[in-house]
Write a protein that binds this ligand. Structure first.
Ligand code: ADP
Length: 192
């Protein structure tokens, strides 16, 4: 198994790069944001509850997302590995992920962080909001709150994975293809 975490703030390009990476490396993709939006679209109780947090730009409680990821992994046990996109977002989520993967004799192989300046992130999210219809991308206040959550709860994971010698930063500004090339070189180094 090869398990990769794409790390970075909202709007860093994790979804865009995940799509390319999963095709090239034949990995399964777990985006907790997508899973939560699918629950909401299906009108499940989980989806309705999660939406209250998403709309405010707050993180959904750990137990909810951890349970969702666990189910997804159990449904994809034949995968040759996973790209985690938007998960883990807290230290508790990272610890739960380590425990889940241990059950399969696996672990996280690499964490690649897309580095983008905050002004550029706001621009990208507002632009995405115009076409995606995502309400959380249309309000600058919600966007700023998501950054706050990122700084407070998610950024500590950078040290968590640096201490395990798994974290590498990749410049996330510029051409999508160039960024993809940088990510691939990092992955190829770890896999070789
Ligand atoms: P972005 O990375 O651009 O913020 P996502 O689609 O990954 O977009 O996430 C949208 C929202 O879904 C987040 O703002 C948060 O409310 C919720 N969410 C997604 N993943 C998680 C997670 N791992 N833990 C808690 N909340 C999450």
């Amino acid at each position: 198994m090869f398990n990769l975490i794409l790390f970075g703030p909202p709007g860093a390009g994790k979804g865009t790069q995940s799509e390319r990476l999963l095709e090239k490396y034949q990995l399964a993709h777990i985006s907790t944001g997508d899973l939560l939006r699918a629950e909401r679209a299906a009108g499940t109780q989980l989806g309705v509850q999660a939406n209250e947090y998403i709309a405010k730009g707050e993180l959904v409680p750990d137990a909810v997302v951890i349970g969702m990821v666990r189910n997804y992994i159990l449904e994809h046990t034949d995968a040759s590995g996973f790209i985690f996109d938007g998960f883990p977002r807290t230290v508790a989520q990272a610890e739960a992920l380590d425990t889940m993967l241990e059950e399969f004799g696996a672990g996280i192989d690499a964490v690649l962080g897309l580095e983008v300046e905050e002004d550029e992130l706001v621009k990208r999210l507002l632009l995405r909001g115009q076409s995606s219809g995502r309400a959380d991308d249309q309000s600058e206040e919600t966007i700023r709150n998501r950054f706050q959550e990122y700084m407070n709860k998610t950024l500590p994971l950078q040290s968590y994975y640096t201490e395990q010698d798994k974290y590498s930063g990749v410049p996330g500004m510029g051409e999508i293809e160039t960024i993809f090339g940088d990510l691939c070189s990092q992955i190829d180094q770890v896999r070789s």
